[in-house]
Design a protein around this ligand. Structure first.
Ligand code: FE
Length: 205
């Protein structure tokens, strides 16, 4: 394509390539463009980290649910009825004082879409995927997470079959809060393990 032709398009090279692939696949009958639009719309507007945040808030207030979540996250979340479908094998891992878990997909970008929505761009970057394993403490510091020296850090590697959801510790000073307010403490990054929940003072009533 000449630079001049390029100027006529507002799409990036990647977007043009995606459009070309979509055109060929639908022309050959492999995909239905309408169904594809529905899936994209769903992940852009309806499925996002608010779902995971609701799950975490429930785990903070309901000991039985938390036990079920840590035993089998796929079934426990399906039983809540907040998502139509929890794909693959979802494992919930709990961060407690002295022990910090974080999640990566070293091979590609496997991510628990059903509860966290679309993955952040950095999650798919080669830098994150390699350094999360070789230097987790350094990566956490880049995210502004500084843990005590004696905190043990464990890195979980996602696969196409197995995804992870981090259950962060409930922040201090949130006793008696309703679930909706607790959910606002839960950031996407704290469910990946690259962040911590917001502090109680940051959430107005
Ligand atoms: Fe992957």
């Amino acid at each position: 394509m000449s630079p001049d032709e390029h100027n006529h398009s507002e799409l990036s090279p990647v977007q043009l390539r995606v459009r070309a692939l979509e055109t060929i696949l639908s022309a050959k009958g492999y995909i239905d463009p309408a169904a594809l639009d529905l899936i994209v719309e769903r992940y852009q507007t309806r499925i996002g980290p608010h779902i995971g945040a609701g799950v975490i808030a429930r785990a903070w207030v309901d000991v039985e649910f938390k036990r079920a979540l840590l035993a089998d996250a796929t079934s426990a979340i399906a039983a809540l009825g907040v998502v139509n479908h929890v794909g693959d094998h979802l494992i919930a891992i709990e961060n407690v004082p002295g022990h910090h878990d974080m999640v990566v997909c070293t091979l590609c970008s496997c991510y628990p879409w059903d509860v966290l929505g679309l993955p952040p761009v950095w999650y798919k970057s080669a830098a994150y995927r390699s350094r999360a394993v070789s230097d987790p403490r350094g990566v956490l510091a880049d995210f502004g997470v500084v843990l005590p020296e004696d905190t043990q850090i464990r890195v979980w590697d996602s696969t196409a079959e197995t995804r992870f959801l981090v259950v962060p510790p409930r922040p201090a000073g949130t006793e008696g809060w309703p679930e909706e307010r607790l959910a606002r403490l839960v950031t996407r990054d704290c469910m990946i393990g690259t962040g911590l929940p917001r502090r109680a003072e940051e959430i107005p009533t």
